[in-house]
Write a protein that binds this ligand. Sequence first.
Ligand SMILES: Cc1cc2nc3c(=O)[nH]c(=O)nc-3n(C[C@H](O)[C@H](O)[C@H](O)COP(=O)(O)OP(=O)(O)OC[C@H]3O[C@@H](n4cnc5c(N)ncnc54)[C@H](O)[C@@H]3O)c2cc1C
Length: 369
Amino acid sequence: VSAPVPWGGVATAARCERAGAADTGVDVVVVGGGPVGLGTAVEARLAGFEVTVIEPRADPVDKACGEGLMPGAVKALARLGVTLSGRPFRGIAYVQGGSRAQALFRNGEGLGVRRTALHAALTARAEELQVRRVTGRVTGVVQDSTGVDVLGPSVALRASWVIAADGLHSPLRRGVGLERTAPAESSPRYGLRRHFAAAPWSEHVEVHWQPNAECYVTPLDDALIGVAVLGTGGETYDLRLDRFPEVRERLGGAAPTSPVRGAGPLRQRAASPRAGRVLLVGDAAGYVDALTGEGVALGLACARELVDCLAREAPGEYDRRWRAVSRRYRLLTEGLLWAGSRPRLRARIVPAAQRLPRTFAAIVEQIAR
Ligand SMILES: Cc1cc2nc3c(=O)[nH]c(=O)nc-3n(C[C@H](O)[C@H](O)[C@H](O)COP(=O)(O)OP(=O)(O)OC[C@H]3O[C@@H](n4cnc5c(N)ncnc54)[C@H](O)[C@@H]3O)c2cc1C
């Protein structure tokens, strides 16, 4: 067996195998089978790693989400060989009272896809590539210089690398000491979503703005719309939606087709996206807000960097590359949140976007990537 490698060293799976590291069960264990966990598993498998995904929930996994895949996510999933069905959307519209600003994506379309359909498509691709799937909840990891023991009530595995893709409140992030307490937010933000049996009325994802709340409308198929509301406080979904009379009016008496699901507080931080052989990706690596609808695109882009770092035997590079890839999202979302939290500025966001169509189109282009 190879000599002990310090944290941040370069003992990749391939290297361990070559050195005859008998205690390494699989190359990569992915904790969490959400879209980013499964996407990372597919990416890692395509790079030649042996991969196991651990997820406690039964198929198909659902979650509170706006369900708009930005063009960057659509391209990333196509590159991974994932076949999706959904309803294309061509751009983003910001709406506030009588003001509307809209811009089309310049390169490619977005896709409205139910989370359950996204999960099924990713699962099918993972199975095609012989990614091993284990049903269970991870409750702890123990690292040493050659690998990581992954433990839980029905889980006992050893891997060269563990990828924590266990979501917004990532237990693994906390477990390996990477949880960074955000400065106490006076008004933490939450998201709630529900589906309605209604025909889409726009070829854009619409973001409706009201004081202290936003409402996302995503076309999902010819007779299904997803409506997500974001904001502070503990209001019920219906009360929140009542703040958007134009959306209520458009929905008419359309029947809800799903229960309300929620998530939050949305802002989550990690001190670093890596602790030794445990690497964080997706929401687990830190999240600002759902306001720009980029979670899946960003998670998949970071997954690509992560797997490339492992394949090139340079896990120590992941921190820098995660920061570089996520920077644009963090700056844009923080900027919008900052402006949105100041009532006078907030009231001007949509009228300004309408008055400055090129600027708005440039922002939409950033979101599309
Ligand atoms: C209201 C709202 C609207 C949004 N709208 C959009 C949008 O329109 N477009 C977009 O791209 N993004 C959107 N997002 C963000 C997007 O939903 C997330 O970025 C995305 O789900 C992140 O995927 P993930 O795989 O990292 O995490 P998750 O989807 O949260 O998956 C994590 C998985 O880990 C599993 N897990 C948790 N703990 C353990 C454990 N101990 N052991 C094993 N498994 C575990 C969970 O069961 C879960 O399946 C929205 C988010 C919200 C809240």
